[in-house]
Design a protein around this ligand. Sequence first.
Ligand SMILES: [Zn+2]
Length: 85
Amino acid sequence: MTVQSFTDSKVTYETTEHNCTCGDWQFRGSKTGKDCKHMVALKRGLAQEIAKVERFLAIKAHVERVEIERRENASCYLRMMASPW
Ligand SMILES: [Zn+2]
């Protein structure tokens, strides 16, 4: 099945229980036999759930960044108003 990359929603991998097209499996897992995270997720039926959580965390991080910028702008205006000029 096609699994969306956990870190980049534009990237997808073809994942089966025994194979995956991601770099982790191609360069490490296929030699060591250790499942990559996509195969683990596929086997647990969690791939879509994890993708959803990753997107939520990305949105949350964005919202927090905007909030910090807003606070910095507000304190900048306060300084301007407090200035004698
Ligand atoms: Zn993989």
